[in-house]
Design a protein around this ligand. Structure first.
Ligand code: TRP
Length: 73
């Protein structure tokens, strides 16, 4: 299997959460990482991580392009 792509998350405000969700029958949060404004996290989907949820304002770069998440109104 080729190495999974990395995704890049750049926080645009303090307190952005990057939440990893488990792979398999149960989809649960397994890790939450907090980023402050300007901080960058580079992450992969793995055997344990099937999805990620980003909460707060951030720029997310993936092989599919760049998307922005926004803070709650
Ligand atoms: N232990 C986790 C794993 O190997 C670490 C991890 C990888 C992670 N990608 C992530 C945690 C994305 C949160 C979000 O799957």
């Amino acid at each position: 299997m080729t190495a999974p792509d990395y995704i890049v998350i750049k926080a645009k405000e303090d307190g952005v959460s990057v939440i990893g969700l488990t792979r398999g029958n149960d989809t649960k949060f397994h890790h939450t990482e907090k980023l402050d404004c300007g901080e960058v996290m580079i992450a992969q989907f793995t055997e344990h991580t099937s999805a990620m949820k980003i909460r707060g304002s951030a720029e997310i770069t993936t092989a599919h392009g760049v998307v922005s998440s926004e803070e709650r109104a």
